[in-house]
Design a protein around this ligand. Structure first.
Ligand code: LIP
Length: 277
């Protein structure tokens, strides 16, 4: 049975706020930390607890829906989209910040229907900012409508990026080469805050002009893609082609001119696709 999307959005908001409260209360408490794909790819009990809360809550309400969750995939679940409604969940985006008690953390919940991203909810739970977007209905932060930047000049851009968790020296060198190329344009600035989902919310809000990253995952960008697009911004592949959610690459900006100019400066860093297994 197909539930109306408004009902899906309400349910996602409700569970994101609940999840955010748990994360906020756990932020300053000592955690048991485990590593996943690399020494800098971290998971805590709170990531798992929150993912289980979100999946059990939504699956009870929408029994026919499917789920892609960061920690479920880490534990061996498959990561691919079908035409079925599929929730794409990052219980804590910014886990490394969370582990250190740094307050830049968010819950990210997106919904894909027939392989189209329909809605996104991102809750920045320490500053209590709730970002929402629904295709065709706009994007909002705490009820206020979002509008992305109209900047087209790369030499006037403030850009966000992330380093990701790969520590292979060749890949690390490429990450810095890309920043060097953008600084030589010269862009106004490059910032790193530790949460790709929140970087994308800053693009949607027009706080910054653009964001790019190699190595992020579908759950870092699914919800944000709806929010950025509904704020008038653009999300694309680093090749300049249309966004491929499973590709581990993204460029987002307020204007497509800006996004294309960034794509031209970037040298690819190759990661294994999310749907490769
Ligand atoms: C992480 C993002 C981080 C990005 C990493 C990773 P996690 O997600 O928040 O900004 O650089 O590639 O995806 O593991 O904290 O959910």
């Amino acid at each position: 049975s197909q539930q109306p999307l408004g009902e899906c959005l309400d349910a996602a908001v409700k569970v994101a706020l609940e999840a955010g409260k748990i994360i906020r209360e756990a932020l300053r408490i000592e955690k048991r930390v485990q590593t996943k794909s690399s020494a800098a790819d971290l998971v805590t009990e709170t990531d798992r607890l929150v993912e289980n809360l979100i999946i059990s809550t939504l699956s009870e309400k929408f029994p026919s829906h499917r789920f892609i969750g960061e920690e479920s995939v880490a534990d061996g679940e498959k990561c691919f989209l079908t035409d079925d409604p599929t929730w794409i969940i990052d219980p804590i985006d910014g886990t490394c910040n969370f582990v250190h008690g740094a307050p830049v953390v968010a819950v990210s919940i997106g919904l894909s229907v027939k392989k189209e991203l329909e809605l996104g909810v991102i809750y920045s739970c320490v500053e209590e900012k709730l970002y929402t977007g629904r295709k065709g209905h706009g994007a909002f932060c705490n009820g206020q409508k979002l509008q992305a930047s109209n900047q087209t000049d790369l030499s006037k851009a403030l850009i966000l990026t992330e380093l990701g968790s790969i520590r292979d020296p060749v890949a690390v060198k490429k990450l810095f080469n890309n920043m060097e190329r953008l600084l030589k344009v010269p862009a106004h600035g490059i910032r790193i805050i530790g949460s790709a989902a929140l970087d994308l919310c800053h693009v949607a809000a027009g706080d910054v002009d653009a964001f790019y990253q190699f190595g992020l995952h579908c759950w870092d960008m699914a919800a944000a893609a709806v929010i950025v697009r509904e704020a008038g911004g653009i999300m694309m592949d680093t090749t300049g082609e249309s966004l491929d959610l499973m590709s581990r690459r993204v460029v987002a900006a307020g204007t497509s001119e800006m996004a294309h100019k960034i794509c031209k400066e970037l040298q690819p860093v190759v990661y294994e696709r999310d749907d490769s297994t």
